[in-house]
Structure formats: structure tokens, C-alpha cells
Write a protein that binds this ligand. Structure first.
Ligand code: GLY
Length: 366
């Protein structure tokens, strides 16, 4: 099992990465719990697949487990779901010595983390992410939240978990499409911070998608190390943490304009967003033709296509850009974008003019 420590003045927790470790959740958890009672909030699919093993492990360690399965998707990632979940937890008389566990993908983790941060003004929580995307991104770093009709993730908190348990075993039941969606976030780390990792991905990325265990562990480990370093330096996204948003302002606009329909899932929208950001970086003269082609070819080779949903094919630049402006990062009508200088080095471009983006929109998105 590999361990990454996330530590600065305010934060101190571990990310454990291994194969089959969720089966030892009980013995792992013992030292993290104040009281031996946990509320396990999981999505229905995860509940049906893993409840038995998890319950057995917790029972062995004499930990009382209350499972709360909930149905989640991007459209249910809202304040109403948080309210229902909070009532459920309160109906069990949850107290501040209890621990909440988010056992599921990124949407579930964001909802549960947010609920944990506000219920009784904050109860300890642990993330056990079950999708590649949540393992390499959303379960680490303490961003929690839900969507609003005004945009994605606009209601939320920074609230760090006490522990993250990443088990590559649970990825075996994931459809290829979900793995690819998570892989988009993995490539992101190579592009923004680590050319060596990017080169490793060019050679070995397909093994991650094919389920090679060593490749999965390495890709997740490397991604989490990069994320941990960035979060340690800038937990509240006052500076470099914004690099992690490469492609996301474009991606969130795609998801919102598509009304969060399932023909495009989060990582797929991010993948398209990263392509748009790469193209914009090229058109602006920041990135070389060579690096541009390397990034785009890898997306193509791995199977992350550049296909906007049909209904967005002819979307006007104006509509798209005004959706981008709903992003949290937009300030006073100007955009903050993450652009790329070269593979392994991204930067924050503040005050990117709307007019320029409108002009280049056709070129970026073709
Ligand atoms: N997903 C981007 C971040 O955690 O900052």
C-alpha cells in the first residue's frame, strides 16, 4: 500500500492507495474514528456491489455502520439532496463524534463532503472514492459542493477529509467510458506540472484503461502527489490551485449547456475543455505546434474524442462564452483561463478578454 501525506499548517491527512484495501477498511479506520460509529453514504450501485465486504470488515473491527444509499447524478447534485441527506443523518441522531464516509464517485463525494461540512457545523468525514475520476481528483483536496441553477459547484465549502482510501480493485467494475473520463484528469496533471509523467502516459496510459494494476496504481499515485503538492501550497485556490482547473471552465459550460444529460459525463466534458484550452494556447502563440500535436494525438489515441454533443454543435460563441462567465473563476465579466506554455507547464491567464474568445471560438472548437 502506498501512502501520501497531505500536510501544511492547516491540513494533515493521508491518502492510502492499494489494491483490495477496502476489504480491510475496518482495521484501517480504527485509528481515525473518535467513536466507533460510521455513516456510510454510498450510491446504489456501490451499495449493491460492496456492502457485504465492507460490512464484514467493519464488523470484525467492531465498528457500527449505518449505510445510507442514495441515488445521485449531476442533476441531483443540488441543495435539495443535501437537505434530504441531512435530515436522514439527523434522524439517526448523528453527533460530532461520528464519522461520515463518502463511498462512491465524484458527484457523491462532493455532496457528502458538503453535507459533512455543514451538519452540526462540521462532522469528520472520510472519502472512499470508487471511480478513477474521483480517485485522482475530486476526493483529494477538500472541495465540496453542489450545483445551482446559476452554474456548476457554485454552492460549497473547502472542507478536508480526515482520510482518503483509494482502492484500485473497485475500478474493475467500471465501464471503459468512466475510466476514460477519469483519465482526462490524469493527463491534466502531466500537462500542467509534469512532463515526465506525460511521457509515461504516452507509453503506458492505455494500460491504465485496460486495467493493468501496476499502471493504475502508478497513475493514481503520481496524480495524487501532484494534487497534494498543489493543495498544500494553496488550499483555498488563491493562486496555483487554479491550474487544476485546466479545461474546466470550458468543460463546465459544456455540461451546463447540455443540461447535465448523460450523453456527456464530467471527464468527457473536461477532456474537450482541455483540447479547447490547448488550441487557444496554440493560437495565442504560447505552446508550440509540436506540443499541441502531442497533446491532441494522445487524447485521440486513448479514445477521448473531440465530440461536442450534437445539440451543441452549432452553439453560438456568445451563448457559450456567457455560460463560461457563470464560472466561479469569472470576475467582473472577464475570464480567468488556464493556458499552457509547454507540456508540464501551465499558467493562469487573468483578464482574458471576452471579445478575443468570441473571435477565436470557431477556431478553438472545430
Ligand atoms: N478539481 C480541482 C481542484 O480540486 O482544485
Amino acid at each position: 500500500m502506498k501512502t501520501i501525506k497531505l500536510k501544511n499548517k492547516q491540513i494533515n491527512y493521508s491518502i492510502l492507495i492499494g489494491n483490495g484495501i477496502y476489504k480491510s477498511t475496518g482495521s484501517i479506520l480504527k485509528k481515525y474514528l473518535i467513536k466507533k460509529r460510521v455513516f456510510i453514504i454510498c450510491d446504489l450501485v456501490v451499495f449493491n456491489l460492496y456492502k457485504k465486504n465492507l460490512s464484514t470488515s467493519l464488523k470484525r473491527s467492531r465498528i457500527e455502520a449505518i449505510f445510507i444509499p442514495i441515488k445521485v447524478d449531476e442533476r441531483k447534485k443540488n441543495i435539495a439532496t443535501v437537505s434530504t441527506l441531512s435530515s436522514k443523518l439527523l434522524s439517526f441522531n448523528i453527533d460530532r463524534k461520528d464519522t461520515i464516509i463518502a463511498f462512491g464517485g465524484g458527484i457523491l463525494g462532493d455532496i457528502v463532503g458538503f453535507t459533512a461540512s455543514i451538519i452540526l457545523r462540521g462532522v469528520n468525514y472520510i472519502q472512499i472514492p470508487t471511480t478513477l475520476l474521483s480517485q485522482v481528483d475530486s476526493s483529494v483536496g477538500g472541495k465540496t459542493g453542489v450545483n445551482s441553477s446559476y452554474g456548476k459547484n457554485l454552492i460549497g465549502t473547502f472542507y478536508q477529509p480526515k482520510l482518503v482510501i483509494i482502492d484500485t480493485d473497485v475500478l474493475n467494475s467500471l465501464p471503459r467510458r468512466e475510466l476514460l473520463s477519469g483519465y482526462a484528469e490524469i493527463i491534466k496533471y502531466g500537462i500542467i506540472k509534469d512532463i515526465k509523467f506525460f511521457r509515461w502516459l504516452l507509453k503506458n496510459g492505455y494500460k491504465v484503461i485496460e486495467g493493468n494494476n501496476n499502471a493504475k496504481i502508478y497513475a493514481i499515485y503520481r496524480s495524487c502527489i501532484i494534487k497534494a503538492q498543489i493543495v498544500e501550497a494553496d488550499e483555498k485556490e488563491q493562486g496555483i490551485r487554479a491550474l487544476l482547473n485546466l479545461g474546466h471552465t470550458f468543460g463546465h459550460a459544456i455540461e451546463s449547456l447540455n443540461e447535465f444529460k448523460k450523453n456527456i459525463i464530467h471527464g468527457e466534458a473536461v477532456a474537450i475543455g482541455i483540447r479547447f484550452a490547448t488550441k487557444l494556447s496554440y493560437l495565442e502563440g504560447y505552446i508550440s505546434n509540436l506540443d499541441y500535436n502531442k497533446i491532441v494525438s494522445h487524447f485521440n489515441d486513448i479514445g477521448l474524442k473531440n465530440t461536442l454533443p450534437k445539440n451543441l454543435n452549432n452553439i453560438s460563441a456568445k451563448k457559450f462564452v456567457s455560460e463560461m462567465l457563470k464560472d466561479k473563476k469569472a470576475i467582473d465579466e472577464s475570464l480567468t483561463l488556464i493556458l499552457i506554455k509547454r507540456i508540464g507547464s501551465a499558467f493562469i491567464k487573468k483578464d482574458y478578454s471576452q471579445k478575443k474568445l468570441l473571435k477565436l471560438f470557431k477556431e478553438i472548437t472545430k
